[in-house]
Design a protein around this ligand. Structure first.
Ligand code: NG1
Length: 455
């Protein structure tokens, strides 16, 4: 096997032939667009969260894994500050070009270029000196790319990939964790800002491991960048992670998401009156839920909120939908608190190699995100029920924000074929939708694949 094939085998296991064809096609295309010569090849993965849902924005715990579905970036440093972009899927993501600077004008909302611009601007600001631009080719088409809009973090991977490439070509001395935090900040550029999970796992993923991430900064590093506690946790041997995409998408996921953010914050504001040190739900760790529960109303209307001296505009600075639905404060907070405890327990179970216990925690997490957080939907429930019917499945839950997207399943090795044969046709029959099902091999975070010369 050639050295190159060896490298690909290290990354993708037994799927080298198709990956090699994919990389070859991208290298050829790079040559056609930018001309022959030496290039650097990089990859950056998507992710799936195993447990720890809706905890990150309350400074809690998450446990994602990096997928072996990824973006490939091929790049060559330029002598000027131009960033030129080509995508293997040029019809969907047309060529773009801009100048690297610390204040880059936005492309229209929704343009793929904005993810790269956000990363570029952030690096220029951080470096405090002019940097070199690059000619970049991005390859992320299915089936090897990160599925889009499925909650597997394809957009964060794009930002992280661009930042990684430009930082590497400019020899910026940033650790993966520093880069991860900066990429989180860079997402402000595109107007979305989740937690820091997606960027951390895209950079710090490790083969065969999940990443425990504490979303509360533990201090400041030498370059003024917040530091976070992370720990790689081995995945159980003899088990696979299966991801199934329900193919349902929530039309307006942001507004439901923001309502949950507000409900958590209302809980915090109320608890603060009794426990002044509570700034995030994370601060309730170690306290008995029985002491907390009486302080949180089951539901609260906006009028009742005002009567308590709390103004919604001060709780959340985005407009929430006017549905007339009261805020479900108690249940939402209960989910976040119990979910943090489940992540902790999951780390212990995985370190003990106790896959069954971990599967059970995944099932409990799903019940909580469905019943207390109200973030499931009918199609996801069908998918989860069918998944659990398969012999060998030990846990199944929705992953990501919810209301659609994917489920993640822990299953004994060897039952993948049965899983697909059982779940796919029944799900199609009940919902009229064809799920995408794949086994996820927990892979490494973003990195250099190698150097190549295009003839
Ligand atoms: P998904 O749906 O996977 O993009 C969203 C948030 C995460 C996290 C999860 C819920 C964004 C960009 N991502 O993830 O930070 O809060 O929901 O656990 O908002």
């Amino acid at each position: 096997m050639s050295e190159w094939a060896n490298r690909l085998a290290n990354i993708y296991g037994s799927f080298v032939a198709t990956q090699q064809a994919r990389y070859d096609a991208a290298l050829r295309r790079f040559g056609e667009w930018y001309g022959p010569g030496q290039v650097m090849v990089y990859r950056v993965p998507g992710r799936v969260n195993l447990i720890g849902e809706h905890t990150d924005y309350q400074q809690g715990y998450v446990l994602p894994v990096a997928l072996d579905k990824d973006f490939v970036f091929i790049a060559r440093r330029r002598d000027d500050a131009q960033v030129r972009l080509h995508n293997m899927e040029a019809a969907l993501f047309p060529p773009r070009q801009f100048t690297g600077f610390s204040d880059i004008a936005h492309a229209p909302a929704g343009d793929w270029e904005n993810y790269i611009k956000g990363a570029t601007q952030m690096l220029w600001q951080k470096a405090g000196r002019p940097l070199c631009g690059a000619d970049i080719l991005v390859a992320g088409a299915p089936p090897h790319g990160v599925p889009r809009g499925a909650g597997l973090s394809s957009s964060s991977a794009l930002t992280v990939g661009a930042a990684y490439v430009l930082a590497h070509l400019n020899e910026l001395p940033l650790s993966p964790a520093e880069l991860a935090w900066l990429c989180g900040e860079a997402e402000w550029y595109v107007g979305t800002r989740g937690g820091i999970m997606d960027q951390f796992i895209a950079l710090l993923g490790r083969q065969g491991h999940a990443l425990f991430l504490d979303c509360r900064a533990s201090g400041q590093g030498p370059r003024g960048i917040p530091q976070f506690h992370t720990m790689h946790v081995p995945l159980p041997r003899g088990y696979n992670i299966i991801v199934a995409d329900s193919k349902v998408r929530h039309d307006n996921i942001r507004s439901d998401f923001n309502v949950r953010v507000a409900e958590d914050r209302i809980g915090v504001a109320l608890l603060k009156r009794r426990f002044p040190y509570v700034a995030y739900l994370r601060d309730l760790e170690g306290m008995a839920w029985a002491d907390i529960e009486p302080l949180l109303p089951e539901t609260l209307s906006e009028e009742e909120l005002q009567a308590l001296g709390l103004r919604l505009e001060e709780i959340i600075d985005v407009k929430l939908p006017r549905s007339g639905e009261p805020f479900h404060v108690r249940a939402r907070c209960r989910h976040v608190v119990s979910e943090n405890a489940r992540v902790r327990a999951s780390v212990a179970a995985l370190r003990d190699g106790d896959a069954l216990r971990f599967g059970q925690l995944m099932n409990e997490a799903h019940a909580s995100v469905r019943d207390d957080y109200g973030a499931s939907r009918a199609e996801l429930e069908v998918l989860i029920r069918l998944a659990r019917e398969v012999d060998g499945v030990v846990g199944a839950r929705l992953t990501g924000a919810g209301w659609g997207g994917c489920i993640v399943v822990l299953a004994r090795e060897g039952c993948e074929a049965d899983f697909a044969a059982h779940v796919a046709p029944r799900y199609a029959r009940e919902t009229g939708l064809e799920p995408d099902i794949f086994v996820c091999h927990a892979g490494d975070g973003a990195g250099v694949v190698g150097q190549q010369v295009i003839g």
